[in-house]
Design a binder for this molecule. Structure first.
Ligand SMILES: NC(=O)c1ccc[n+]([C@@H]2O[C@H](COP(=O)([O-])OP(=O)(O)OC[C@H]3O[C@@H](n4cnc5c(N)ncnc54)[C@H](O)[C@@H]3O)[C@@H](O)[C@H]2O)c1
Length: 440
């Protein structure tokens, strides 16, 4: 049997050993899905806290149940380590490391590079590697292929196999999770695609092969760019509607009654999370090397980035109408997470809203049921969530709803507030006749 056939047989019989590099929001659910499908999975992460928790059978990702992890750890299907030499034993490795932006707005490839360098030390014939981290088109071929194959004298598509498969996990979502969200798979060669697809089909319901790693990389960027641009569009619509004295939420709900050709997006205080504000900028950065300016991305990014400033200006106006200056006013920000019902504060617009309110001299507090502490690295401030939320609501000159967590009792919040600025339409049911609510 050829190397490819042997590997496919190992993957189909679940005897192949699986390694997951990076055990975060993407890597841990993926590790669990593979382990539940009957593979022996080793998660490898330099974060020893995560490794220790996992080996105790405890999940630290809200979407992954501790009972599931505990069962898999006890039965020996899932284990974790911070020791990269475990890669020596692996047949199939997924890379799920972060791809943030540098302070300059350029891609920060350091995690992909360090994970690839570690993996390169243990590469051997008969391995398949899949990159899951969102990145610019060309990364798999230009960065991983040389380090893992060419420089080690291994021929891709014959001795080993390499593909890109973007992760699409949506934290907090229950109807579509890793197992039932179709997975796009793009191999460096046809044989690479065949092997990687055989592996993922062993655990994930639908695998959608495409003709190249670049097509798969670009598909992910299209998905996230689509969202970023449409959010930019409705954010600008909100600004235009305010000037026109039209209720943007009513307009969007009306447009959404069209059963075809329209998809509902809602405005808000700005983009957040690890993906939507960041991933499209990987594409626009790459396009610069082709002397091409990705205009839609740049424009949407500009509008979205300006939303926290817009929210603060509206809060300032609202206070002004009530005879108050923002400077010296007490402002309570409700919600720090970048979207409702999750504990993730990465890139959250709440951080910018709070920072700008502070800059203007407001006395700012925040509350989030899921996030006890926040800090802003660049601006050097940190805060704890207020303990008594309703007391803070009563005392605030302005309550600013930044994240519409479901657990909040918006009726009581509105009743007890002097002034609410609602950037998410969370108070839609109580807005009629309520003079103290201003919506985005
Ligand atoms: N979080 C999401 O909703 C989401 C959705 C789709 C795609 N993605 C993409 O998936 C990738 C991972 O995102 P995430 O949210 O899981 O990040 P994360 O920060 O939650 O997890 C990444 C993990 O990688 C570990 N790590 C860092 N360097 C490493 C190395 N050299 N070797 C092994 N592990 C290392 C970190 O310690 C961390 O535990 C990113 O490219 C992201 O854009 C994320």
């Amino acid at each position: 049997m050829s190397i490819k056939e042997t590997l496919i047989e190992g993957l189909k019989s679940k005897k192949a050993r699986i390694g997951i590099l990076g055990l975060g929001y993407v890597g841990l659910p993926l590790a669990v899905v593979f382990a539940e499908a009957g593979f022996h999975v080793t998660g490898i992460d330099p974060d020893s806290r995560k490794v220790a928790l996992l080996n105790k059978g405890i999940s630290y990702i809200p979407d992954v149940k501790t009972e599931a992890v505990e069962k898999l750890v006890k039965s020996g299907y899932l284990t974790a380590t911070a020791d990269f030499s475990a890669l020596k034993e692996m047949d199939a490795v997924s890379i799920c490391v972060p791809t943030p932006l540098r302070k300059t707005g350029d891609p920060d490839m350091s995690f992909i590079l360090s994970a690839t360098d570690e993996l390169a030390k243990y590469m051997h014939k008969g391995m398949v590697v899949v990159l899951e981290s969102t990145t610019y088109p060309g990364t798999t071929r230009e960065v991983l292929l040389p380090k893992l194959g060419i420089e080690r004298g291994l021929t891709v598509g014959e001795d080993w196999f390499l593909a890109f498969s973007p992760e699409r996990v949506d934290p907090g979502r229950e109807d579509f999770t890793t197992i039932n969200t179709p997975k796009v798979m793009g191999g460096i060669t046809e044989a690479c695609n065949e092997v990687a697809t055989a592996w993922y089909e062993g655990a994930i319901r639908i695998v959608h092969p495409v003709s190249s790693a670049e097509a798969a990389e670009m598909a992910k960027l299209l998905e996230n760019t689509f969202r970023m641009i449409n959010i930019g569009l409705v954010n600008e619509l909100a600004i235009m509607c305010e000037r026109l004295g039209v209720d943007v939420w009513e307009v969007i709900d009306a447009a959404a009654t069209k059963p075809f050709g329209f998809m509902k997006f809602t405005p808000g205080p700005g983009l957040g999370g690890h993906c939507i504000p960041i991933d499209p900028l990987y594409l626009s950065w790459k396009m610069k090397s082709f002397h091409y300016n990705a205009r839609f991305i740049e424009l949407a990014s500009e509008i979205n980035t300006n939303m926290p400033r817009y929210v603060v200006s509206r809060v300032m106006e609202g206070l002004n109408e009530r005879g108050k200056a923002l400077k010296g006013s007490k402002v309570l920000v409700l919600g720090a997470a970048y979207k409702p019902d999750i504990d993730d504060v990465r890139e959250s617009p709440a951080l910018d809203v709070i920072g700008l309110l502070k800059q203007k001299g407001a006395s700012v507090e925040y509350h989030d049921p899921y996030i006890q502490h926040i800090h802003h690295e660049m601006d050097g401030w940190q805060m704890d969530s207020v303990k008594d939320m309703m007391k803070a609501v009563e005392e605030a000159d302005a309550v600013v709803i930044v994240t519409d967590h479901k657990v909040y009792d918006y009726k009581t919040i509105v009743e007890c507030s002097k002034f609410v600025f609602d950037s998410r339409n969370a108070t839609r049911e109580f807005v009629k006749g309520a003079e103290n609510i201003v919506r985005l």
